[in-house]
Design a protein around this ligand. Structure first.
Ligand code: 13P
Ligand code: ZN
Length: 211
């Protein structure tokens, strides 16, 4: 088997298993969310539109050329352009995960959150895997303007929160993107759990020490 073919097969299988793991743990539901990953030749694999992340099929994933043309597989996610915008601005990223994870969505609906950085640095792992989280203004799912608003933030931030919608997270690998998305969701949950309590987030010095 050629190196590229074996890389593609592995990545297809990984997208399916990550999707199932996220879905089975309730981190997205119904046919919400989408996952993409970039191959070493620049091609991008994406989950099809209206597919449940819990029951993806490796051979049906949508494949795009490095130039962004749909080559084969099922009709791609309606957020295909958004994923492409992320890769375009983040040349080192190998994967993008978008979920409708409940606590992150809840935080994206709160009034009076700081759109420059939505969540406080509650834990070391949040700082290490997410760091900062800008809020992207609301646009309907699949809207070109949504992808453009993400692109405007993507150069500086690998993780963004779509208002009244959910997180989009890029990573060097699919596992990096998955772990960062999970960390974001757990931190959103902690943030909501702590509502009304006095808290002691990490200090700027503690934050800096994490790199
Ligand atoms: O999360 C979604 C839209 O934002 C799901 O859309 P797709 O089914 O087209 O991937
Ligand atoms: Zn969505």
């Amino acid at each position: 088997m050629s190196a590229l073919l074996s890389e593609t097969t592995k990545l297809r299988d990984q997208i399916v298993s990550v999707g199932k793991s996220l879905f089975d743990r309730g981190l997205t539901f119904g046919s919400t969310g989408n996952i993409s990953a970039r191959l070493s030749n620049g091609e991008i694999l994406m989950t099809p539109t209206n597919a449940s992340l819990g029951s993806l099929e490796p051979g049906r994933l949508s494949r795009f050329s490095a130039e962004g043309v749909h080559i084969d597989g099922d009709k791609p996610t309606k957020e295909a352009f958004l994923h492409q915008c992320m890769y375009c601005k983040r040349t080192q990223s190998g994967a993008v995960v978008h979920l409708h994870s409940t606590h992150s969505v809840a935080v994206s609906i709160l009034a009076n959150i700081d759109p420059e950085d939505v969540l406080p640095p509650l834990t070391a792992y949040y700082v290490m895997r997410v760091g900062s989280l800008p809020l992207v203004p609301y646009y309907p799912p699949g809207d070109k303007a949504l992808a453009e608003a993400v692109a405007a933030r993507a150069e500086k931030s690998h993780a963004v929160l779509l208002a009244n919608h959910g997180p989009v997270v890029a990573g060097k690998t699919l596992l990096d993107a998955q772990y960062a998305t999970e960390e974001l969701e757990e931190t959103a949950k902690l943030y909501l759990l702590l509502h009304g309590h006095r808290t002691r987030p990490l200090t700027p010095e503690q934050r800096r020490a994490l790199g």
